[in-house]
Design a protein around this ligand. Sequence first.
Ligand code: DX5
Ligand code: ZN
Length: 220
Amino acid sequence: MPVQISPSILSADFARLADECAAVAGTADWLHVDVMDNHFVPNLTLGLPVVESLLKAVSTPIDCHLMIEDPDRWAPAYAEAGAGSVTIHVEAAKAPIRTLRTIRAAGARAGLGVNPATPVEAFEDLLPELDMLLLMTVEPGFGGQRFLDVVLPKVRRARELIDKHGGSVWLQVDGGVSAETIERAAEAGADVFVAGNAVYGAQDPAQAVRNLRAQAEGAR
Ligand code: DX5
Ligand code: ZN
């Protein structure tokens, strides 16, 4: 799988969301949308109405990261609305297999998110149900945090598990990914990189995406 870059609009200017998304159109592979409910994580962001509006306003596929309680109830609507990828958290889902299958049946890629302290091995048998495994490289809830190097061995182990199962599942890292850290994550086996501050904190977000992609490709 070639390197893919998914800028997180959590670090964008929410009053100018369509313009901020347009700034990386044609350069980014995805737009990463962090849905937070102030229960699963201690922060509140946006939800389905905003995602529906973005889907009308932008051409880049949308990568929804649901940091919410009860994703079993809410995730299918994001897929039905037209998100290209919908990720639920394993710590929150009560029926992850059913929900992942519902996401796929609605035409989206199904993702499973794993927090820094959650082991990945327990989910090996779920890999056939997944299109993407998201390994958090910060504690979820906020942009602009420091990349947790302690997660890198888990990225390596996840890469081995995915390769053992045919290698078709994408391996996403999310949190603190920047020019300083993306090479370590790529070397460990990640192929989809979420970057918030490193893209939207840059003078030229599109150039930041190109630079991150070049670094990740060079490290693999
Ligand atoms: C954190 C979010 C991330 C965040 C990444 O809970 O899931 O997607 O926006 O932002 P940076 O790249 O600034 O860490
Ligand atoms: Zn995210």
